[in-house]
Every structure is written in structure tokens, then in C-alpha cells.
Design a protein around this ligand. Sequence first.
Ligand code: IVH
Length: 451
Amino acid sequence: MAAGSPKARAAELRALINHHNERYHVLDSPEISDAEFDALVRELRGIEADHPELVTPDTPTLGVGAGPSSLFAEVRHETPMMSLDNAQTEAELWSWAKRLERLVPDLDLTKLEFSCEPKVDGVAISLTYERGRFVQAATRGNGFVGEDVTANVATVKSVPKDVSARGLPDRRKQLPDRFAVRGEIYMPRAEFDALNERQIAAGGKVFANPRNSAAGSLRQKDPEITASRALAFWAYQVVGFEGELVENASRPGQWSPTRQSEALAWLKAAGFPVSPDAHTIAGIEAVAQRCRELEEHRHDLPYEIDGVVVKVDELSLHERLGRTSRAPRWAIAFKFAPEELSTRLIDIEVSIGRTGRATPFARLSPVFVGGSTVQLATLHNEDQVAAKDVRPGDMVLVHKAGDVIPEVVGPVQGHPEAPKRRRPRWRFPIVCPSCAGPLVRLPGESDTYCT
Ligand code: IVH
């Protein structure tokens, strides 16, 4: 390969980008600025655009600029992605534990170890690796068939593109030829707030919560948009295809974890981001305590969680406990209680979406509710505002539970801080706030449009 050729430069850029990704995401000690890093990525994209034959499956820009035909094709999961049963209360957590005891009578619930992991509120994803290289990302879909979002996930910096190049001894020996890593693509809270500010400034869609924005960012037809959204990834499971890394330790010479906590440690050592808030805890009482603690501190985390996933740590017990058609019996999702709080409705504004639809939304005095700071809540359409009769200046009840869009439930008229005299009823504007053209509502329709 001639030095200075596009091929040589592309290889050099890939090595540089991988190196700086590692400095940034694994070692926490970047050597160059974000702008310099972005320049390297842009240069590589340029070469790959001019010389498509030089694109490699592991390129850090994978799929960027690829046509929509390759996006969202169906992917059949070789190992189905199961769902989890929920415990809404501590009593339900206890009855799940008691069920474990009935299924495996020699268990001692006071000593049994559990992996307690924050239930990150994002999008479940399965990443496939072949000979250490990232080759495919698929959404969960119905658990059996998901969507191919490889090109978009390739833009997520914390998703390792080459797990064999991180300098651990005997790494290759420990990697099955093909394996999948499962986890959650999420949007850090700070990025979510910044994104909504940008969206509002541009008159775009306001995202309800970090989960929706992660999902929306992942489902873009244009991976450049995904790349601009600073998504992140937490890994929580590894499944082997050849050699069965997790479920079958029989392959000679192949390391295989015997505990979920070991699998998490392996993922971390292999360069996957693993939540620092995942802990192994002995005894169900201490697990319940940990659930309470995480619920109390959920707002202190830089990412949104809606519960705690509690897993029996010992993998041999997983086989003995088995699964239902929907979910494994060895794990449960302890879900946090939904939250409702009252706050001041500062104003009602109208945003214009890409299709021209005018959506009223509430600008609120910031309030911590349902795990994040809510300053905006949708009011859906004119009829909803009228139905709820919320008026600027009112104290309103804001509801945000788990996955739902923050919503203004209605005015709290008996609130001590409620205005003595309410302002007049809010009226839907007749002039578009972004182009000053007319806003039109067609007869029989609930939505209003800028024409
Ligand atoms: S384990 C069979 N662990 O919660 C194992 N799931 O209904 C199934 N989730 O959408 C998943 N954090 O993506 C597991 N530490 C964690 C998780 C987690 C978030 C999500 C998962 C799925 C939902 C379970």
C-alpha cells in the first residue's frame, strides 16, 4: 500500500480515531479536543465517500451516508431478546423471591447473591461481533425479529467497534468467533436537555423524555442526525453463538462466566461501558434496600432510570429457574413509583413541527418529576388545552410516570400559591409563531397547521 494513498490515509485515520475513542471513553483522558476529533472523522468520511471500495466493516464511520435501503431491514435474533416481569412494589419483589425459593428449595434468600442493575430508560439493542469486530446492531423489536440499525449505532462513540484491539492479554482466546452484547442505548440527561433546547429554537419536535429522544435519534434514516445526538450505551449481557460464551461452558479452553457479575466484569475489561451503579448484593432484604436507595437517588444519576433490574447472580441457577414464554424467572424489573408534582405554568406556547402541525405546550417552572427536570409538557392540541382549562399563571399538576410524555394533568385551584384571580382562558394563536403565516384548523380535525 503506497504511503500517502487514500487507502493508507484511511487506515491511519481509523487507527487514530480508535485510539482517541479509547483515550476518551475508556481511559477518560482525551489527548485532543472534540473539534480536532471531529475533523478526523470528517476526513475519513470524505475519503470513504470518494472511495466506497475502501469502507471496511469496522470503520468508525460505518454506514454514515448509506442509503436508506440498508436501514431498518429485519434482523432475526439468533438468541431471542426476552422481556422482564415487573415488580411495582416491594411486596411484589418479595413474592418474586419466594417463587425462586419454591422453584429451587435449597436456595437461601438471606444469602443468595443478586446483580442489581439500574434499569436504564433507553432502547434495548443487540450488538453482534465477529472475530472481535462490530458487524451489526439490531433493536429488540418483538424479541425475535428487530430492526437493523447498524449504521446509526455505528455513530455511538461508546459502542466498541473492535474489542480485540484493547491490549488485554489472551483477549482473542477469550472471544468466541461470534457473540452478541446486549444493552441499552440511552441519551444522557444533559444531552437530552440540550437537545430539546435546540429543537425548540429550531421549531422542531420537543422530546418527552430521554428514552423517546434516544429512540427517535436511533430511528433516523440519516445516521448523521444520530451522530449529532450524543447517544451512549450501557452493556449488561453477553451471549455467545459459537462456543456459547454464557450459556455453555463446555468449549475447551474457552473462558466462560459463571456469574452475571463476572459477565459484567468481562464486558468492562473488553471495553464495553458497564454502569458503575450495578452492584452484586447478598440477600433479598439488602436488595430491597438497594432498590429504595436507587429510587431515592435516581435524580442524581446523569442518566434516566425507571427501576432496578434484579438478577440471580449465579448463571447455573438461570437454567434451573428457566423462563416463561415472555420472560426469564431469574430476573425481575423493580419499577419505581410514578411521580406527580405541582408547579407554575409560566406560559403556553405553540411549536411548529416539520409537517407544519402546531402543537401547544406548557412552559413550566422547572420541577423534578418522574426522574428528570421537566420544564416543558405537551398539551397535544387546542381541544386538550380547552378541556383542561389550564391558563398561564396557574399552579398545575404535572404527571410523568416511567415512559410517558410529561403531561399537564390540570390546574390545582386550591393550591396555596394559585393566583387569586386567574387570567382569561388561553386562546390558540391564529398566526404562526415561526413564519407569521396563518394557522388553520380544518373542520372536523383536532390539529392546527401552518399552511
Ligand atoms: S436484562 C433476559 N438488564 O429493560 C434479560 N434489561 O423489559 C432481559 N433494561 O427493554 C433484559 N437495563 O432493555 C436487563 N441492566 C439491565 C437493563 C435492562 C435496562 C431494559 C431492557 C428491556 C427492559 C426489560
